[in-house]
Design a protein around this ligand. Structure first.
Ligand SMILES: Nc1ncnc2c1ncn2[C@@H]1O[C@H](COP(=O)(O)OP(=O)(O)OP(=O)(O)O)[C@@H](O)[C@H]1O
Length: 631
């Protein structure tokens, strides 16, 4: 909390507090912004009002007294042209003093926090971020130079008023309110008087908030009649054919907190033993919390139109957590507590059925609209691939859905496509993993595969190393890392030589290998001839039984492994350096050969993105060889 708080002891109970630093930063942007779509302030306020109604509806399930005097939820937007104010009122859960401090002076939601962190201070750039993140309640300050919030928590008698001009601090004082709920009163800036026009407000509400599950009316202060803008019919209860794309988009933004267009919508009603309606969206952009360690799905659970919770880890697996939307059950008891979800057999069956449905819908999409599916895969493939690791029952289905970058084709390639294009004698699905696409594509171990026109999957998501530990094959074709074990490349034909010269003869190569083994000792488990290389003199590979190189690097980086295991050094008999070394080895015990052996090994490490084990020795050897070469 801020240290700028002052508290008065008089009847007003007034306290002043400074905004949290991040909020202050955000507010400066709001106050000065020239954001062209500032009308979104109304969407944010109505969205908050609807959430407040949903929350109270849930609390009233166990405490019916909370809503007995005023059972029908409603949101009203009232315009006062003389005072130049807009008042957004709801009879939802309301806020007490503590909640006001917590929610209206700090940053409540992670998206807004991420937004505040990205602010650069360059107004033009920052303003363009508003649309991407949404800033909730604080959006009010785009159109108002003074904002008041009068609120009374359901079940409590005291009301209080929060007030701020958006500069530095806010005040909270005692107030009166006839019943529970919240009024947000915006004193409009001079340049925002256009929003006093009820027709315009009507338009905005229809565009952005027509399908929240609470009715909204608009009226002028003092006027008798009020225009009802939305009936509060929950969108998901309407037949699919009657819903326009824009309506889905608008609802997605309310329910999912995103500001993009949904990339794909799944809307259906399950009937039979258990009944429920599902309206799920695949976002087109990655939600901010996608890679949070908690990996929580953020779908909203309703029971017969009553909002229950968005803590829905029970309803969807973590690897579908990118989905946003609503699941509305007809069978669950209304008083189901969040804890009870955990062991509920209906919930378990819903989870299974909804997961299956989501997968079959994605399969259908991949088949019928491959481009749309590719965009989804681009964003959420790394999350879906977690399912390959976690969900053995759906592994096969997910493998069919998975798409990969490869050495031979642009765009995304399915395993079925890969297998169809395999070489005659090729028996395995080859892959290589690494930190990022560029690092993967420059692995020297790829050379022999490229030279023989053998396709290799290029994998660069951290999850790849893990699912490959458990997924052994696709349709009987084993997955095989090109940086582990023997390469079997000989079976797939000869590679064109790296240059015109003949490769080193076998006996000479054997002599060199013996020298290298002697020089490198326990640092390597073996030295052998490579089929994998055409341009690089040497590379490292893991033993058949060993851990794949990239996985080992990752585990080491995360302190899961103290020390790297020794590797096999493979050398390229067609490379000039190896030829020269074989010549030197043939001429007897040239001391230079010891230096060259270590440099060959250190080069291979560098190509793996590692540093030489002993940089000082590396530098001495390199200097000696360069000096000799130049002499
Ligand atoms: N009308 C309201 N009634 C009750 N509480 C409210 C109301 N408006 C805002 N709040 C409280 O203030 C908090 C902050 O609101 P804000 O709009 O900044 O973020 P948010 O609503 O949490 O995020 P989002 O807008 O994505 O739902 C809310 O979480 C809620 O607790």
């Amino acid at each position: 909390m801020s240290d700028s708080q002052t508290q008065s002891s008089d009847q007003s109970g007034e306290e002043r507090r400074g905004f949290e630093a991040e909020v202050a930063k955000l507010l400066r942007l709001m106050v000065d912004s020239v954001y062209s779509e500032r009308e979104v302030f109304l969407r944010e306020l109505i969205s908050n009002a609807a959430d407040a109604c949903d929350k109270l509806r849930y609390e009233a399930l166990t405490q019916p007294d909370l809503t007995r005097d005023d059972p029908d939820f409603a949101i009203t937007v009232e315009v006062d042209k003389d005072a130049a104010t807009i008042r957004v009122s709801d009879n939802g859960i309301g806020m007490n003093r503590t909640e006001m401090r917590e929610h209206l002076g700090t940053i409540a939601k992670s998206g807004t926090e991420a937004f505040a962190k990205q602010l650069t201070g360059d107004a033009a750039k920052d303003v363009s971020l508003i649309g991407q993140f949404g800033v909730g309640f604080y959006a009010s300050f785009m159109v108002a130079d003074r904002v008041r919030v009068i609120s009374r928590r359901a079940g409590e008698q005291a009301a209080q008023e929060w007030e701020s001009d958006g500069h530095g601090d806010y005040a909270i004082r005692n107030a009166e309110r006839a019943g529970r709920g919240t009024d947000v009163i915006l004193h409009l800036k001079d340049d925002a008087r256009e929003f006093l026009d009820t027709t315009k407000l009507d338009d905005i509400v229809r565009t952005y908030s027509g399908h929240i599950p609470v009715p909204v009316t608009i009226r002028e202060a003092g006027a008798e009649d009020a225009a009802s803008v939305s009936q509060g019919t929950a969108l998901w209860t309407r037949p699919k054919g009657d819903i326009a794309d824009e309506e889905y988009t608008e609802f997605y933004r309310h329910v999912g907190g995103g500001f993009d267009e949904p990339a794909w919508t799944i809307h259906y009603k399950a009937e039979g033993m258990i009944e429920y309606t599902v309206l799920l969206f695949v976002p087109s952009m990655r939600p901010m919390d996608l890679f949070d360690p908690a990996r929580k799905p953020r779908v909203k659970l309703y029971v017969r139109r009553v909002y229950i919770t968005d803590d829905t880890a029970e309803l969807l697996p973590g690897w579908l957590r990118f989905l946003r939307g609503v699941i509305d059950s007809e069978d669950l008891p209304l008083n189901i507590s969040r804890e009870m979800l955990q062991n509920n057999p209906v919930v378990r069956r819903m989870r299974k059925a909804i997961t299956n449905k989501a997968l079959t819908e994605l399969e259908r999409l991949a088949d019928k609209q491959p481009e749309t599916f590719a965009k989804i895969w681009e964003q959420f493939g790394p999350v879906l691939k977690e399912g390959l690791y976690e969900d053995a029952d759906r592994r096969e289905q997910l493998l069919k859905l998975a798409r990969f970058r490869t050495t031979k084709r642009d765009g995304w390639v399915s395993l079925a496509d890969y297998v169809a294009a395999m070489k005659d004698k090729q028996s395995a699905i080859y892959y290589v993993t690494g930190e990022d696409e560029a690092a993967v594509a420059r692995q020297p171990q790829l050379e022999g595969f490229k030279a023989r026109d053998v396709e290799v999957l290029l994998l660069s998501d951290p999850v790849d190393d893990f699912w490959l530990q458990v997924a052994t094959d696709f349709e009987g074709k084993p997955f095989k890392s090109i940086t582990r074990g023997g390469s079997d490349l000989k079976d797939l034909g000869d590679a064109p030589a790296g240059d015109d010269a003949e490769p080193v003869a076998d006996d000479k190569l054997d002599a060199l290998i013996a020298r290298l083994k002697a020089a490198l000792g326990d640092t390597v488990t073996d030295v052998r001839r490579s089929d994998r290389l055409t341009e690089t003199p040497a590379c490292l590979v893991a033993d058949d039984a060993g851990m794949d190189l990239h996985l080992e690097r990752m585990l080491k980086a995360h302190q899961q492994m103290a020390q790297a295991m020794p590797k096999v050094l493979e050398i390229n008999p067609g490379h000039a350096m190896v030829r020269a070394m074989a010549e030197a080895a043939g001429k007897g015990d040239a001391p230079i050969l010891e230096d060259a052996a270590w440099l060959l090994f250190d080069q291979a490490r560098v190509l793996e993105g590692e540093t030489p084990d002993d940089p000082a020795a590396f530098s001495r050897r390199l200097s000696r060889l360069i000096t000799q070469g130049l002499a």
